[in-house]
Design a protein around this ligand. Structure first.
Ligand SMILES: Cc1cc2nc3c(=O)[nH]c(=O)nc-3n(C[C@H](O)[C@H](O)[C@H](O)COP(=O)(O)OP(=O)(O)OC[C@H]3O[C@@H](n4cnc5c(N)ncnc54)[C@H](O)[C@@H]3O)c2cc1C
Length: 393
């Protein structure tokens, strides 16, 4: 059996569907193949089921890549406003939650339905549960041996995403295809992922499970300030997820649990003003009691503040403003929102997303070594790269 298309796109996720719509609009016959049962599962589970579909403050600075300039062209070709226009044309209600993050009011399914509808309008053929066994290129055509027979196309677009959440379809497929055609891969690792700890820190986190606070997390390279959450295995929450993308194994992180307060000044002032007050009650003015008790216990500090030498207050203040801890690792791809690294962008055109090594082969979305911060940036990258490649593939 032979099924011939102008363009075959592998991966019915955010980038693949956007690319299919655009190529379809150009009159190309387009087929999207995906091995999963359901279309765009990651969109469905994203943003807590409401899909943080873009960020109105999207800028190249919100992305990590070995080649920091690569994302610029696509991000300016297709902006957050372009996606908002699409969402509004489909009457999808949305709101800004915080920091420019836009979410559906109702459900992430709205976004999937919109993309599928646009695919239908543009005559895109979406075929699910098709496993691709082998890809060959000869005589200006790609031939795909699949579980559903043989497909051929002039252009081939790899939109198979990264490695996070294998149980909903993530696979290293895209990297293998890239290598087959001579591309190099920037080493991959889990990003936007909770930290895990061992020993005493793990025990502390476990005791405080469920407690969240505003915190600044610093790594060697950068600082983020958002919410932080204690979990039974370590730390999570937006500021931790952001920091995880910049963290390297074996390195410390620095947690400021009271970013608006100079803890030493605060403690010294209180020593002067309320000398008879118990230290736990004083620290409880900054944090929930449970955390205050914990911090004091850890710094081995008890009793009236008047009786505490300034050295002790310094150590307590250090724990509050610069808690220095070494994660033992991360929760890994099982829960990571993204994969850092991927297809080397120096070998792909930033204008068209075509491979510089192989004619009519394109890479878009998360499979590339471009990773956004938390907050709608990763979908904006998927839309922008998919849109751009759709003009050429
Ligand atoms: C829990 C979670 C929540 C997230 N929330 C947000 C959010 O709110 N906002 C945001 O911007 N980003 C979010 N992200 C990140 C975002 O989902 C991804 O960056 C984005 O989906 C990447 O799009 P993509 O099209 O490149 O890849 P994907 O969306 O991962 O699509 C890849 C497709 O390829 C298919 N595929 C994989 N391997 C094969 C193969 N071998 N053969 C055939 N098909 C294959 C997969 O089944 C999948 O359908 C979230 C991620 C996770 C895991």
């Amino acid at each position: 059996m032979g099924t011939a298309f102008d363009t075959i796109i592998i991966g019915a996720g955010a980038a693949g569907l956007m690319c299919a719509i655009e190529a379809g609009k150009r009159g190309r016959s387009v087929c999207v193949l995906d091995h999963s049962k359901k279309i765009a599962e990651k969109i469905r589970i994203s943003g807590g089921g409401r899909c943080n579909f873009t960020n109105i403050h999207t800028a190249p600075e919100n992305f990590l890549s070995e080649n920091r300039h690569f994302c610029k062209s696509a991000l300016s070709n297709f902006t957050p406003q372009d996606f908002i226009d699409m969402v509004e044309a489909h009457d999808i209600a949305y709101h800004e939650k915080t920091l420019g993050q836009l979410f559906c009011d109702d459900s992430a399914q709205n976004i999937i339905d919109m993309l599928v509808k646009e695919c239908r309008i543009n005559h895109v053929d979406i075929q699910m549960q098709v496993s691709i066994e082998k890809i060959n290129h000869a005589h200006d055509a790609y031939t795909l041996a699949t579980s559903n027979g043989t497909y051929t196309s002039q252009s081939l677009v790899i939109a198979s995403g990264g490695l996070s959440i294998p149980k909903i379809g993530a696979s290293p497929f895209g990297y293998k295809v890239a290598e087959q055609f001579g591309h190099s891969i920037i080493p991959t690792r889990a990003g936007l992922v909770p930290f895990t700890f061992e020993g005493a820190i793990k025990d502390q986190c476990k005791t405080l499970t469920g407690l969240s606070l505003d915190a600044t997390i610093k790594t060697d390279k950068t600082t983020f300030r958002e919410g932080m959450l204690f979990t039974h295995r370590g730390l999570s929450g937006p500021s931790i997820l952001q920091a995880s993308s910049y963290w390297n194994e074996g390195k410390d992180i620095y947690v400021n649990m009271a970013p608006d307060t100079n803890a030493l000044t605060f403690l010294k002032d209180r020593k002067a003003q309320t000398p008879k007050q118990d230290i736990v009650n004083i620290v409880s003015d900054l944090f929930p009691k449970r955390l205050a008790e914990h911090i004091c216990e850890n710094s081995e500090i008890t009793g009236r503040i008047a009786d505490l030498p300034n050295k002790k207050l310094e150590s307590l203040a250090g724990h509050i403003n610069q808690w220095t801890i070494k994660p033992s690792g991360t929760e890994g791809y099982r829960t990571a929102e993204v994969t850092l690294g991927g297809v080397n962008t120096n070998e792909v055109s930033s204008k068209t997303f075509e491979s510089k090594k192989q004619d009519n082969l394109f890479f878009i979305g998360e499979v590339l070594d471009v990773t956004g911060h938390l907050g709608g940036f990763n979908f904006q990258w998927a839309w922008a790269s998919g849109f751009t490649a759709g003009q050429y593939c």
